[in-house]
Design a protein around this ligand. Structure first.
Ligand code: GLN
Length: 190
């Protein structure tokens, strides 16, 4: 099992550090030949339009689609979750490069601007107690999930903020920015 972190843009270093804390030896992934080495890939938070453009430029979209959910487990955080969603709601989304691998409908920047970023305790039954600290930074909102998608974590009002479809995981928040590594451990079990 080799864990990769997509290192094109965004907070990939924080994911690398969290993975090291849970005992993994992650590698940076930028090119198809690096992707071919990994069994698990994290797509970090950042700017989904930029990450999408770079994925396209580096010839990564088709290799990722070919392996996703089969011999490759994928976890997208925030911008990464946007890239995984099959349906993207955003007036400016037209033409944005996405992976569209997961049966999710996601709205970008749906909680407001950078100033509306917030923290909240999350209920995540697969992770047990205590609640998971959720950090939301210009986060997207999951507006709908398909029949094969299950909720993994919710806000106190029940809104889904983490979801899984087989071996593909999406979180609209940033576990890598906290010292709580349970979501990273969970991803390694997929
Ligand atoms: N708002 C960003 C986007 O649309 C995501 C923000 C983040 O990853 N923290 O890509």
């Amino acid at each position: 099992m080799t864990i990769g972190v997509l290192a094109l843009q965004g907070d990939f270093r924080e994911h690398v550090e969290a993975l090291r804390r849970v005992g993994a030896a992650p590698i940076d992934v930028r090119l198809p030949r690096q992707l071919a080495l990994v069994s698990h890939l994290i797509i970090p938070g950042g700017e989904s339009t930029t990450i999408g453009r770079l994925l396209n430029l580096y010839g990564m979209i088709e290799p990722l689609r070919a392996r996703a959910g089969r011999d490759l487990a994928i976890w997208g955080t925030c911008a990464g979750a946007i890239l995984l969603a099959r349906e993207l709601r955003d007036a400016r989304a037209a033409g944005q490069h996405t992976l569209a691998l997961m049966d999710l409908t996601v709205r970008r920047n749906a909680f407001g601007s950078q100033l509306d970023s917030f923290e909240a305790p999350l209920n995540a039954p697969v992770l047990g107690e205590p609640p998971l600290p959720g950090i939301f930074i210009r986060a997207p909102r999951i507006e709908a999930i398909g029949p094969d998608v299950e909720a993994v974590a919710t806000l106190p009002d029940g809104e889904i903020v983490a979801a899984r479809q087989g071996r593909i995981l999406a979180t609209t928040f940033h576990p890598e920015l906290t010292s709580d590594d349970r979501m990273h451990r969970y991803f390694l079990t997929l």
